[in-house]
Write a protein that binds this ligand. Structure first.
Ligand SMILES: Nc1ncnc2c1ncn2[C@@H]1O[C@H](COP(=O)(O)OP(=O)(O)OP(=O)(O)O)[C@@H](O)[C@H]1O
Ligand SMILES: [Mg+2]
Length: 255
């Protein structure tokens, strides 16, 4: 089969321009004409990967940066609005601590290289707060990272077979999202079906190197018997483990 000539790949040197990776629209050539007659061609060469950023003039680099920063502002506003619409009210103002901020930076700059997080600790130590703080940090970066967040019982309710729905697609939509939070792993009653669903989601993310946050108040030694050995094994490899300690913060709250 003949596919015709391959379309040139458009590349953007995100680190060089000091902007987070996103699906930006390229500038319209006419907008850069004031920089020089051959600027549109040079930018084209750059996006085709044949002319590095370092070979562009300072004015051309500045032009590109301005162009993408304008879009970044729009994307960032959209991401924050999405976060505020979808985060539960209690956690909508959760501020990320240094660990959550560092992790969010890793996720936005190199999503396939960032580890997932496994937040462990007894009830009320701030695991869900941490997870939403990290999601806020990702949203505020302006990077186009789509996310979904479920407690594990809600996840199973969401994925229960529904007559007339493409259940495989529903599972794929969860498994393949850029960033997935599964809160309270091990909180739902275990059955063959829940174990299978958890395995398929975790395994998909493991295989495709997709970042996520998993939380549980199950002690590490009991994780395998709670979520299944195959899930626990993958979580161990793909996650950076953070254990939150201390008292139940809810006990200090007003009566
Ligand atoms: N760093 C923090 N700063 C301010 N409030 C916090 C912080 N961490 C947690 N909290 C508050 O403490 C309470 C308990 O936190 P959270 O719900 O995150 O605990 P958890 O570890 O997820 O508990 P569980 O295992 O029962 O789900 C919440 O009201 C939360 O908003
Ligand atoms: Mg919680």
């Amino acid at each position: 089969m003949h596919n015709g000539p391959a379309r040139p790949r458009r590349t953007i040197d995100f680190p060089g321009l000091r902007i987070p990776p996103a699906r930006y629209a390229l500038p319209n050539p006419s907008q850069s004409l004031h920089l020089g007659e051959d600027t549109p061609d040079r930018l084209d060469e750059h996006f085709a990967g044949r002319l590095p950023l370092a070979a562009l003039t300072a004015a051309e680099v500045e032009f590109l940066r301005d162009h993408f920063l304008q879009q970044l502002d729009v994307v960032r506003e959209r991401s924050i609005a999405y976060f505020e619409r979808h985060a539960p009210r209690r956690y909508a103002t959760a501020a990320p601590d240094d660990r959550a901020t560092t992790w969010a930076e890793h996720v936005t700059s190199a999503p396939h290289d960032a580890p997932s997080l496994l937040l462990l600790g007894p009830t009320g130590t701030g695991k869900t707060h941490f997870a939403y703080g990290a999601l806020r940090a990702v949203a505020e970066s302006g990077a186009q990272v789509t996310w979904k967040s479920f407690t594990s019982p809600d996840l199973f309710a969401h994925l229960r077979p529904v007559h007339g729905r493409d259940d495989e697609q529903a599972l794929r939509d969860v498994a393949a999202v850029d960033l997935l939070v599964i809160d309270d792993l091990g909180a739902a009653k275990l059955s063959e079906w829940t174990e299978e669903v958890t395995f398929r989601i975790v395994n998909y993310r493991y295989e495709h190197c997709l970042p996520g946050i998993f939380t549980s108040n199950v002690p590490p030694k009991e994780l395998a018997s709670t979520v299944g050995g195959r899930v626990a094994s993958r979580l161990t490899e793909m996650c950076q483990r953070i254990t939150l300690k201390g008292d139940d913060l809810r006990k200090g709250a007003r009566p």
